[in-house]
Design a protein around this ligand. Structure first.
Ligand SMILES: Nc1ncnc2c1ncn2[C@@H]1O[C@H](COP(=O)(O)OP(=O)(O)OP(=O)(O)O)[C@@H](O)[C@H]1O
Length: 325
């Protein structure tokens, strides 16, 4: 269990993290979301003991990061922002160095290095200086060092940044596999990653938690939750919009700007439009290419949360100078 209580950190009077509190249990993959400068990396650095909080506490499986740093840090694998490594080392040298620091010895050390090299598919670059590797390979070396000692807690700052779609898929699968018995926290800008990988998401801005929910609960907060999309062929736009607007429970109709004939009907709160829109299409004899109901859009919720709450402090700030993060 990770317990984070009222964590705060200011840099030169600027409140980067402003009272963050949450717990995470084994088996959870927590996605940490927020706009640039929201305080995600700073929070992760405090979780891992990389920087010291001004106040508040972090406990990792019962070990306080400030009072018992060695025990706490031994439980954590950390991929810092940008996946820093020693560029003149090869991945093999770097992993061997990390294994020594983590106290892996003899055959166990060799077999773990072998395992992570295979898991992250680093075989082809094992003996090249890290500085000469592509961004994607560097990130994979960073993930390899984070999981090398098979930690109970994984904290990964933007783990799929710079990876191609195949590698993104592989890393997400890897995280899902690891999460079965570990606690995983990832920060990401990729909202689709939250739906695919995370069991829970925390949205922060200006160093404060704005939402803490499952991805489905967040989607349900979207204006597009249960909106009905209908793709029509050869129906004049005006006729389609007028008819769709008249459906009972329809709040608004949006016309797609990049796909002719595609309309999204947004519901009144708790409205259920699917059957009504379906019946309308039959009555009108429309040629329907596609008809489906949306779950909701995370990008919409993210925008609503992070733009509408930015000017509304929830509690007093100690040293904030009011600058935009
Ligand atoms: N060492 C530092 N000294 C001064 N200011 C800092 C330092 N580290 C972070 N900050 C500031 O604290 C705020 C939060 O930064 P942080 O890196 O935690 O945000 P983030 O949510 O991770 O952003 P991004 O998504 O862009 O990585 C930013 O305004 C940043 O400029």
């Amino acid at each position: 269990m990770i317990r984070i209580d009222n964590l705060k950190k200011a840099f030169n009077g600027f409140q980067a993290v402003d009272g963050i509190t949450f717990n995470v249990s084994p088996g959870e993959v927590l996605g940490f979301l927020g706009p640039n400068g929201a305080g995600k990396s700073t929070t992760m650095k405090m979780l891992t003991g990389f920087i010291t909080p001004d106040s508040g506490s972090v406990s990792l499986c019962g070990f306080d990061v400030s009072n018992d740093p060695v025990a706490a840090k031994s439980l954590v694998g950390y991929l810092p922002e940008g996946a820093p490594a020693y560029g003149d080392m090869t991945p093999l040298n770097f992993l061997s160095f990390i294994a020594d620091i983590r106290g892996l010895l003899g055959k166990h050390k060799t077999s773990r290095i072998d395992e992570v090299i295979h898991l992250l598919e680093l075989q082809s670059v094992c003996n090249r200086p890290i500085d000469t590797l592509s961004k994607g390979f560097k990130r994979r070396v960073g993930i390899a060092q984070a999981i090398l000692h098979d930690p109970q807690i994984l904290i990964l700052d933007e783990p799929t940044d710079g990876l191609d779609p195949n590698q993104k898929y592989q890393v997400r699968e890897l995280i899902r596999g690891l999460a079965k018995e570990k606690i995983v926290i990832i920060s990401t800008h990729i909202l689709e990653e939250v739906t695919v990988v995370c069991t829970r998401a925390i949205v922060i801005a200006r160093g404060r938690v704005l939402a803490d929910a499952t991805p489905s609960e967040l989607e349900a907060r979207s204006r597009y939750h249960r909106a009905v999309c209908i793709d029509l062929v050869d129906v004049p736009e005006e006729d389609a919009v007028t008819a769709l607007e008249s459906v009972a429970g329809a709040a608004r109709v949006e016309v797609s700007s990049d796909h002719t004939g595609l309309y999204t009907v947004l519901p009144e709160p708790n409205g259920n439009l699917l059957n009504a829109v379906h019946d309308l299409a039959i009555r009108k004899g429309w040629n329907v290419q596609e008809l489906f109901m949306e779950r909701g859009r995370l990008d919409d919720v993210f925008r609503q949360l992070t733009t509408s709450n930015l000017g509304e402090p929830e509690k007093e700030s100690e040293t904030s100078n009011g600058e935009a993060a």
